[in-house]
Design a protein around this ligand. Sequence first.
Ligand code: ATP
Ligand code: MG
Length: 215
Amino acid sequence: MIGLFGGTFDPVHLGHLDVARAARRALNLDRVWMIPAKFPPHRGRPLATEADRVAMLTQAIQDEPGFEISTVELDAPGPSYTAHTLARLGIDGSALDRWCFITGADAFSDIATWFDYPALLDRCHFAVVSRPGCGVHALPAALPSLASRMVPAGENPVSAASRPGIFLIDAPTAPVSSTSVRAAITRGLPLTGLVPDAVADYIASHRLYLEAHGR
Ligand code: ATP
Ligand code: MG
């Protein structure tokens, strides 16, 4: 099974890698595709160029076997709606043992605002990984209409599931956001413990985010 991990990755940071690793381990994923958004709906455009965001992802996953980058969203016109991305990849709910879309718990808690909700949840499994300050335990109560589909990862083998599930993964991830990384850069602080060293080197040598003002 392949995990699809969408994000702005502006820039990619250690929390993102923890999410992808946690989902991979919990669901025994063969591969994880990191899918940078062209520009995400409901928020401003990314500050770094597409080329820089892909280059930083390339640096971040260089020592992670099984991790790949998919440019499916960058190659498509318009904003990056997950429902469109899944459709573009041919994911229509008919091959449940092949695909799982990965999000953090903060992103998933907004799922009812996503384009084509709730139908997009029928296209593939979803895996939701806890984020510091945003556990997965609160999700069934926060999203009661989806509660019956939520399963703690590990209780049921995902490959045997007969309908698209929402797998909850309670795992520690680094307490980092891209916003906090950009804020550290504008203040001239070191990025140790926030992004992989190779990403920090790329940001420094390309002088990225110096004018971000912590957006
Ligand atoms: P920003 O501060 O710009 O919103 P971000 O750090 O939230 O950036 P995104 O690219 O918006 O990163 O997030 C992509 C996905 O990664 C989302 O599903 C989000 O929930 C998840 N995610 C990001 N950081 C973490 C983290 N530290 N722990 C768990 N999930 C995370
Ligand atoms: Mg975010």
